[in-house]
Ligand binder design. Structure first.
Ligand code: BOM
Length: 143
C-alpha cells in the first residue's frame, strides 16, 4: 500500500538532518529525503549511502556488519499505520537486494546500491509512493 510507504519514508526521513553532517550529504545532493522516490532521482553520491547508513543506525535497523536487522526493521515498519501490511514484504525486498550486493565491501556504496535496488523493486510491485502524495504530505507535516 503506497500510503504505508509514504509514512515509513517520512518517518525514516526524520533522521536526515541529524545525519547530514557525518555523511557529508549536502542539500545540493539531496534536499529532502522523499526525493528518493522521484522517477529521475540518481543514485550516484556515496554520501547518500553513508546518510542512509546513519539514518538506519539512528533507528537501530542495522547489525554490526551494517546489514539490515530483520526483527528491528520489521518492528519499525509495523510502528506506522497499517505497517503490518508491508513489513514482511519490505524486509524481504531489502534482503534480496542485500544478497545481490553483498560483494561490495564499502558500506556506504553497498547501502546506496541496496537502496536503489529496493526502490526499483517497490516501483515494479506498485508499492512506491507517487511524488504528488509525498510532496503534499511533506508540506502538510511542516505546517
Ligand atoms: O544492507 C544495508 C541495508 C540498508 C537498507 C537500505 C534500504 C532502504 C533505503 C531507503 C529508503 C527508505 C524508505 C523507507 C524506510 C525503510 C526501512
Amino acid at each position: 500500500d503506497v500510503n504505508v510507504m509514504k509514512d515509513v519514508t517520512l518517518g525514516f526521513g526524520q533522521a536526515l538532518d541529524k545525519c547530514r553532517q557525518e555523511s557529508q550529504l549536502t542539500e545540493e545532493k539531496m534536499e529532502e529525503f522523499f526525493h528518493f522516490w522521484r522517477e529521475d532521482f540518481k543514485f550516484e553520491h556515496r554520501e547518500l549511502g553513508c546518510a542512509i547508513q546513519c539514518m538506519s543506525r539512528h533507528f537501530n535497523l542495522l547489525t554490526d556488519t551494517s546489514r539490515m536487522h530483520h526483527e528491528n526493521t520489521e518492528q519499525f515498519i509495523q510502528s506506522f499505520p497499517n505497517g503490518e501490511v508491508l513489513a514482511r514484504q519490505m524486509v524481504e525486498l531489502i534482503h534480496a537486494c542485500e544478497k545481490q550486493h553483498d560483494h561490495e565491501e564499502d558500506h556506504c556504496w553497498r547501502i546506496l546500491h541496496v537502496a536503489e535496488c529496493f526502490k526499483q523493486a517497490c516501483v515494479q510491485r506498485g508499492i512506491a509512493p507517487s511524488m504528488e502524495i509525498m510532496i503534499t504530505e511533506f508540506i502538510m507535516e511542516a505546517e
